[in-house]
Design a protein around this ligand. Structure first.
Ligand SMILES: Cc1cc2nc3c(=O)[nH]c(=O)nc-3n(C[C@H](O)[C@H](O)[C@H](O)COP(=O)(O)O)c2cc1C
Length: 504
């Protein structure tokens, strides 16, 4: 086992990783914009996303996939329950804000999506940026360079992918609000986008593979990114299940990347973010090979769950954040389907263990459990007092209130410390990406099952670890998702947005 004497990620675990006592509620109008554009780039209008994602032609599939991965899918009327907490109505601020299928910490949406594509139905081959506001592709480079990208992946796919999605993070977009804590959120947010891309691709009939390790410098350079302003956090290769199309012409990119708006803001210029810059530099250094396994489940009472399944893509239309639940019963079958779907691994070699406190599920003991995905069973880790212990570990009144009314407070967990010690600093980001993906799958599965959800980082990690009965082992809760039945007064109105084909 390799151990690393000095580690930016281990330092970060003790400092920036820990949530501040109160998450800031910054004025959105004074924060950096959440959309990037290339004003001088040629623009390719995308067809409207089809009603049925399993379309015969690939361009409508790509349109649907990009819209579900990072597009604007709804308008949110935010009455001010968030972000100012459950205060008096007079103190609440009202905001009308576009939302997406994926959750995003503080609505900062740091992820940008780029796609390398062959020529398709009038779309010439190229490297493009997805502009979610106009639902168009901004053409950054001409030519089919997919075969130039795949050798940059640590584990290149055996067959040439149909599309290569490059998911980047704009560091300042998030760090402007959250400071050093922002890198943890950026990693989780990237995981949310990864889960969206994978679930959307599968709904179109493509198969998806996530690549957390690659030549960072070369990929950032290919996209013309200034790596301490914006950097690739994950790559997803998308494959046709039938005959893969290999490019007929030699792989090439032509042209210079046009300049983008807003101007990039490298975090190296911001002294208060020195710790984030050090961590980002360490994460980008070459990562050693290897994949982790989860610690064995404890020898404790087990509860076999009934067979049940659901399709997370059925949650795309309904997934949204709510601020509390109707404290009514939820059938065991529903919990079983949700856990089975949410626990499906998204990032190979970076496993996530689901844990959680469960209440008001007839037939299931109230208390904390680990979910045994292989055996489709709950393994008890703490009794009914786990629910109050989780409430105590909440760092916001909103989370505490949700924990009281939620059916389940679910925690994607990982062993960050051992992973970093064995595999190096990049593990910190890879494990959080995998946890963010699991959180988004929980939220999608909840919506598919007719339940509501809210992703949280405003909790004391040690407090939740103890509340879930995990203190004796190495697992740490990386993010929380509360899940429960809809309570109308804890939900803001939402209007679906439809991309009527791209707008130039
Ligand atoms: C990684 C992550 C962390 C989050 N942490 C919190 C949190 O600590 N507190 C909170 O109230 N909401 C949190 N959220 C929820 C976001 O604020 C919410 O997703 C965002 O406002 C967008 O709204 P939507 O989910 O309805 O699309 C988090 C979301 C994500 C993805």
């Amino acid at each position: 086992m390799t151990t690393y004497a000095t580690s930016a990620a281990l330092d970060y675990l003790a400092s920036g990783h820990q949530p501040p006592d109160a998450l800031p509620a910054a004025d959105p109008l004074r924060l950096p914009p959440v959309h990037k554009r290339y004003p001088s780039a040629a623009r390719q209008v995308l067809p409207p996303p089809p009603d049925d994602p399993r379309h015969d032609e690939l361009l409508p599939c790509l349109s649907w996939l990009l819209h579900r991965t990072n597009g604007l899918t709804r308008m949110r009327w935010m009455s001010g329950i968030m972000p100012l907490g459950l205060g008096a109505p007079a103190a609440r601020r009202v905001l009308l804000s576009p939302g997406r299928t994926g959750a995003a910490s503080g609505s900062r949406y740091p992820v940008e999506v780029y796609v390398a594509h062959p020529d398709h139905d009038g779309l010439p081959a190229g490297l493009s940026h997805y502009d979610p506001v106009h639902h168009v592709l901004e053409r950054l480079r001409e030519g089919d360079g997919r075969a130039l990208l795949t050798p940059l992946l640590a584990e290149p796919p055996a067959q040439e992918p149909e599309f290569v999605l490059l998911l980047s993070s704009v560091l300042w977009r998030n760090a402007a609000k959250y400071g050093v804590f922002g890198y943890r959120l950026l990693s989780l947010d990237a995981g949310v986008a990864v889960a969206q891309a994978v679930a959307a691709a599968e709904a179109t009939g493509l198969t998806a593979r996530v690549h957390p390790r690659y030549d960072d410098a070369a990929l950032d350079e290919t996209l013309g990114l200034s790596p301490f302003a914006e950097s690739v956090f994950a790559v997803v290769t998308l494959h046709r299940p039938d005959s893969p199309r290999t490019s007929a012409t030699p792989a090439t990119w032509r042209g210079q990347i046009p300049s983008a708006k807003p101007d990039p803001v490298p975090i190296t210029k911001i002294p208060a973010l020195a710790e984030v810059a050090a961590l980002h530099a360490a994460v980008r250094r070459a990562a050693p090979e290897g994949s982790a396994t989860l610690p064995p489940l404890p020898d404790a009472p087990r509860h076999a769950l009934p067979p049940a399944s659901l399709d997370v893509a059925d949650g795309f239309a309904g997934r949204r954040t709510v601020y509390g639940y109707r404290p009514g019963p939820v059938p065991q079958q529903t919990l079983a389907a949700l856990l089975a779907a949410a626990a499906e691994p998204v990032v190979d070699g970076t496993p996530v263990q689901l844990a959680g406190a469960v209440q008001r599920v007839p037939g299931v003991e109230t208390g904390a459990h680990l979910y045994d995905a292989a055996g489709h069973a709950l393994v008890a880790t703490r009794g009914a007092d786990a629910v109050t212990a989780v409430i105590t570990a909440a760092k916001s009144p909103m989370l505490a209130d949700e924990c009281r009314t939620a059916t389940a407070v679910l925690a994607p967990c990982g062993d960050l410390r051992t992973g970093i010690e064995r595999f190096g600093d990049r593990w910190y980001r890879a494990q959080n990406i995998a946890a963010g993906a699991a959180a988004q799958r929980i939220a999608l599965a909840a919506a598919a099952a007719g339940l509501e959800s809210h992703v949280h980082c405003d909790f004391d990690p040690e407090g939740v670890r103890s509340a879930l009965g995990l203190s004796a082992g190495p697992l740490q809760p990386l993010v929380l998702v509360t899940v429960g039945p809809r309570a109308p007064h804890r939900t803001d109105p939402q209007l679906p947005l439809r991309a009527e084909g791209g707008v130039n």
